[in-house]
Design a protein around this ligand. Structure first.
Ligand code: SAM
Length: 284
């Protein structure tokens, strides 16, 4: 186990700084201060971040931190930390590491005992999830499901029976294909497509996958896809059947919770839902 104090440690620190996903008003004063006070800003793309820095009058020196040479870039950043320099890591938008570079250097900095500190701000996935109208928790954030059909089908198949709400990123030129694959694996579940979040053309398409699929033809911009989790239809299993099964298992010496779990597995039902039903009906 390791234990990190974040402040007043006298050690150089790695700051993971979230930046706006569109609307610059969402840059927090703390993010501005952190970038101003850092010795170096490591940016995914120095041209993009350069515009942000100019807007906020930040003159801190920048270096590039790339997804495609994370190993090399992170060694460079750890060297700066060893020299006592505070480094702020930013991506083009939102949180670094969330479908963006930053994982490797974060792990290396932790391994070497440097404080790693988050400076909060916007994230496209969470923004879409909370406004989607689908259960905000529990959820699974997946990020991009893959650019090839085979990869997407594999990812969706793995997630098919997860009860949590699912959050994906997708590029506009792939959204039609992605939703076709989602429909073929998940069936026609409820979903929400959140587009151009925090920007002038922000829009939410809420409906079933097939309804949204019909509407996405010419849609452009940045998109998050939020899909309802797996909710097996309990009505398909007659209540007298699951009740009899639970009773039989308890009769064989199983605990109530084990009997419910095994019954849910046998009938392909949601465990949580069956617990809820069993205990509410038992006390009625
Ligand atoms: N690091 C970012 C974050 O914390 O949200 C995500 C970066 S990822 C490379 C870019 C993807 O995030 C886009 O393809 C889109 O799926 C999603 N995204 C980013 N900004 C968005 C916005 N303003 N509206 C909707 N989706 C957005």
């Amino acid at each position: 186990m390791t234990r990190q104090k974040s402040f007043e440690t006298g050690k150089a620190s790695l700051y993971l700084v979230a930046t706006p996903i569109g609307n610059l008003e969402e840059m927090t004063p703390r993010a501005v201060e952190t970038l101003k006070n850092a010795d170096i800003i490591a940016a995914e793309d120095t041209r993009n971040t350069g515009k942000l820095l100019k807007h906020f009058g930040i003159t801190t020196k920048m270096i590039a931190y790339h997804l495609f040479n994370e190993g090399e870039s992170s060694d460079g950043i750890v060297k700066l930390l060893r020299e006592g320099k505070n480094v702020a890591l930013v991506s083009d938008a939102g949180y670094p590491l969330m479908s963006d570079p930053g994982q490797t250097v974060t792990v290396k900095a932790i391994e070497e005992g440097f404080p790693v500190i988050t400076v909060n701000g916007p994230n496209a996935g969470i923004s879409a999830l909370v406004a989607s109208g689908l259960p905000a928790e529990p959820f699974t954030f997946y990020g991009f499901p893959g650019s090839k059909k085979g990869d997407r089908i594999r990812v969706f198949t793995k997630l098919k029976e997860r009860e949590e709400t699912l959050v994906f990123y997708e590029a506009p030129h792939r959204i039609g294909k992605m939703l076709e694959d989602a429909l073929s694996v998940f069936g026609d579940r409820k979903m929400c497509l959140a587009r151009e979040l925090t920007k002038l053309h922000e829009e939410y398409l809420r409906g079933t996958i097939s309804e949204v699929l019909e509407a996405v033809g010419s849609l452009k911009g940045e998109m998050v896809v939020v899909i309802e989790g797996y909710h097996p239809k309990e009505e398909e299993v007659p209540a007298e059947d699951w009740r009899a099964e639970i009773r039989a298992l308890i009769g064989q010496g199983e605990s109530k919770s084990a009997a419910i779990r095994k019954t849910a597995e046998k009938y392909g039902m949601s465990k949580n839902e069956l617990y809820r039903k069993y205990f509410t009906e038992e006390h009625e």
